[in-house]
Design a protein around this ligand. Structure first.
Ligand SMILES: Cc1cc2nc3c(=O)[nH]c(=O)nc-3n(C[C@H](O)[C@H](O)[C@H](O)COP(=O)(O)OP(=O)(O)OC[C@H]3O[C@@H](n4cnc5c(N)ncnc54)[C@H](O)[C@@H]3O)c2cc1C
Length: 285
């Protein structure tokens, strides 16, 4: 399967990538390094919207453009045209034609759950589970990309699509299958992506849908390649977004997981004294 694109990559000069999520950005980086002109078509006006906010998206866009990658927002694929059995150009929703010898579709993953439709296992986008990873049918568990897990902080069923989450959920499901005292999964996704060597890490919910309900602590030094954003829901952190310096992401994840009351610590948070806050809170308990 991989041979064909690799073979045609040698001759290709232009590539179109549908989807500006993490995989699309990874492909753009590879093409740029191989000297191809890459065009990303992204639905909406933000790259990797589950991770990036507009500030970070614009920063990454400018880095991509420096490397011969064109980012086109609010533009989608309408038609693929071919010549001699190979792709030759695409037509976009803005009526543009872009010539290309390679086309990559990176628009996300959909769980293969059709076979469950006629069963009593409840599904939505994925297989619905409680916080113990158990489905609506007793003794039937789900974990990983296919699972849509109840999150008690958000009061919602959420999917977590990363290796780390799949491993953690698998361990919890396995534990609960063989133990009476069940462990619950409080999913705090943590994803790190490197784009042209720049690390970007998102933790928890960095971009909650209704911004007016939350407070944001932001240290924007993107002119130096650095960004720190924390999302506060009342007295607790629910999300974070880091660019450039991401080593302390695990500590932010811990603050979220432990639902630490951060009242009075806003300055310390902006100074990245996460470890000190955790230690002080642990000392008090
Ligand atoms: C291209 C790509 C790159 C990625 N890169 C990263 C990364 O850098 N970091 C990261 O954290 N995550 C990454 N991910 C996400 C990560 O791979 C997944 O979150 C993780 O693999 C989920 O594990 P899983 O066991 O739930 O599913 P999978 O790893 O997808 O395994 C599911 C398995 O079940 C099989 N299967 C499906 N349906 C059935 C059925 N009905 N009966 C039997 N078997 C079935 C499938 O064939 C597959 O082998 C990436 C994903 C993709 C697609």
């Amino acid at each position: 399967m991989m041979l064909k694109p690799l073979k045609s990559m040698g001759k290709a000069e232009e590539a179109v990538i549908i989807g500006g999520g993490l995989l699309g950005l990874n492909m753009a980086e590879v093409f740029s390094e191989k000297g191809l002109k890459a065009h990303i078509l992204q639905r909406g006006s933000r790259l990797s919207p589950q991770m990036f906010d507009f500030e970070v998206s614009n920063f990454i866009k400018s880095k991509l453009e420096e490397k011969n990658v064109e980012v086109n927002f609010n533009e989608e694929l309408i038609e693929i045209k071919g010549k001699n059995g190979a792709v030759s150009e695409v037509e976009t929703s803005k009526g543009r034609r872009i010539s290309c010898q390679l086309l990559i579709v990176a628009i996300g993953v959909t769980p293969a759950i059709k076979f469950l439709k006629e069963t009593e296992v409840k599904t939505d986008k994925g297989v619905l589970t409680n916080e113990y990873m158990e489905t609506s049918v007793q003794s039937v568990y789900a974990a990983g990309d296919v699972a849509q897990v109840y999150n008690s902080i958000k009061n919602q069923y959420l999917t977590y699509t990363s290796w780390a989450s799949a491993l953690e959920q698998g361990e919890i499901a396995g534990f609960n299958i063989v133990n009476q005292n069940k462990k619950s999964y409080l999913g705090v996704p943590l994803n790190t992506e490197f784009i042209f060597g720049i690390p970007v890490t998102s933790i928890g919910s960095p971009n909650p849908p209704d911004e007016s309900k939350y407070k944001f602590l932001i240290k924007n030094e993107l002119d130096k390649g650095l960004y720190l954003k924390l999302v506060l829901d009342n007295k607790k952190i629910i999300g974070g977004l880091l660019v450039g310096k991401t080593e302390k992401a695990d500590l932010i994840k811990e603050l979220i997981k432990q639902q630490v009351n951060i009242t009075g610590y806003e300055e310390d948070l902006l100074e990245e004294k996460f470890e000190e806050i955790l230690k002080e809170k642990e000392g008090r308990n």
